[in-house]
Design a protein around this ligand. Structure first.
Ligand SMILES: [Zn+2]
Length: 383
């Protein structure tokens, strides 16, 4: 039998797998702090793909696509948690006051269908409504009431006229509230859904892993696949690195808006976010991969944004970080992306994983100048 040269095997992204995986991930509620089910789901998928992994105590996942070399460690990261809410008070009118989990406006919560996960292990359905929810009852006041979490409440789909009724139903302060995604894939490739941030990033990572596994491609170097569970509340990648990762690419949503330079149908490479500039060399590698492989991309700066990279660096990890994004219009609100964006980003991830560390010297925490990279500067003559 002829030997197959797997090193040259093409890696083909399966759009059906990518979209199907996104759909399944989206349907599993996972507000920050209530992520065990999504961790089990992703763990089972990694087992199916024969990708080995370990879990941290709280459930962040460290999977690895093994390559011929191990160091310096490099990885890609996406978060499994989403925005949500938590019961703050059982109100005397039989409804629930809620506090947001993650940073999102109650403007986009009004009208959302939700599931309350009660402490007794039961669930109860409901709707987030503004306090003045009926024009017939409140006339023009419905248009003048303020926006804010103090001005909405959850109407549970149970007979409930007072706080005691809520207690009977089993609702308690601190119960998690998950918001329905309302997923819709249009014939022309647009995907409308809540929680695209960051289920879409997770789907891209899994689709890249699936494609590489399917192709039988032998990696030159190992690449970690990291799935964090507390990104939306700030501590994302702080506890998953264990000192062995030298470069890390975050995958998250771009900020498509008229004032931004992000692409909805393409890749956006973020050059800087509110935590500062991303690593020059790692970011340039990703740009080069887009250019070399004719991937559609744009560059942008996100002013009001942080991702898993920030929590990793703030936790004291001396690592190179970059941020690559699928387009999301209306992020943390009524989110929309396009299949093409996810497809292009998945290709970029596969190309990145197939490569090698950008700076070999990064295998040492501390070391001499030899091998340290340079950034272009004009010739400076002294004297
Ligand atoms: Zn995100």
């Amino acid at each position: 039998m002829e030997e197959q040269d797997v090193s040259k095997t093409e890696t083909t992204i399966d759009l059906g797998y990518l979209t199907g995986m996104l759909r399944q991930l989206i349907e599993i509620p996972s507000p920050s702090g209530y992520t065990d089910s999504i961790v089990h789901f992703v763990g089972e998928e990694l087992e199916r793909l024969s990708v080995p992994f370990e879990l941290t105590r709280r459930g962040a996942i460290r999977a690895v696509l093994k390559g011929e070399q191990e160091t310096p460690g490099r990885g890609i990261v996406a978060h499994l948690d989403t925005l949500g809410a938590m019961v703050k008070k059982l109100k005397s009118n039989g409804r629930l006051e809620v506090a947001p989990v993650g940073n999102w406006s109650s403007r986009f919560a009004e009208g959302a269908r939700v599931t309350v996960f009660t402490s007794e292990g039961k669930t109860c359905r409901g709707t987030i409504l503004p306090l003045k929810a009926s024009g017939h009852a409140y006339d023009k006041e419905i248009d003048t009431q303020p926006v804010g979490w103090d001005h909405v409440e959850v109407r549970v789909d149970e007979f409930s006229d007072n706080a005691d009724d809520l207690l009977q139903i089993g609702v308690r302060v601190g119960d998690y509230v998950a918001v329905d995604p309302n997923y819709e894939l249009s014939d022309n490739g647009f995907i409308n859904s809540r929680h695209l941030d960051n289920k879409a990033g997770v789907a891209c990572m899994l689709a890249a892993a699936q494609a590489l596994r399917q192709s039988g491609h032998v990696l030159n170097q190992s690449c970690y696949l990291l799935f964090t569970i507390f990104e939306e509340v700030g501590s994302g990648a702080s506890s998953i690195l264990h000192g062995d990762i030298a470069e890390m690419v975050s995958i998250d949503n771009a900020t498509v808006a008229p004032i931004q330079n992000s692409l909805e149908a393409g890749i956006t490479i973020c050059m800087m976010d509110s935590s500062g500039p991303f690593d020059y060399h790692l970011t340039q590698r990703l740009i080069d991969l887009c250019d070399a492989n004719e991937l559609k991309y744009s560059r942008d700066i996100f002013n009001h944004y942080r991702c898993d990279a920030a929590s990793a660096v703030e936790a004291g990890n001396d690592i190179r970080t970059a941020l690559v994004c699928y387009g999301v219009d209306g992020s943390h609100g009524y989110e929309r992306t396009h299949q093409f964006s996810l497809f292009e980003l998945t290709k970029l991830l596969a190309y990145y994983i197939r490569g090698e560390s950008i700076v070999k010297r990064d295998r040492y925490d501390l070391g001499p100048m030899k091998g340290f990279p340079t950034q272009p500067l004009p010739e400076i003559s002294i004297g």
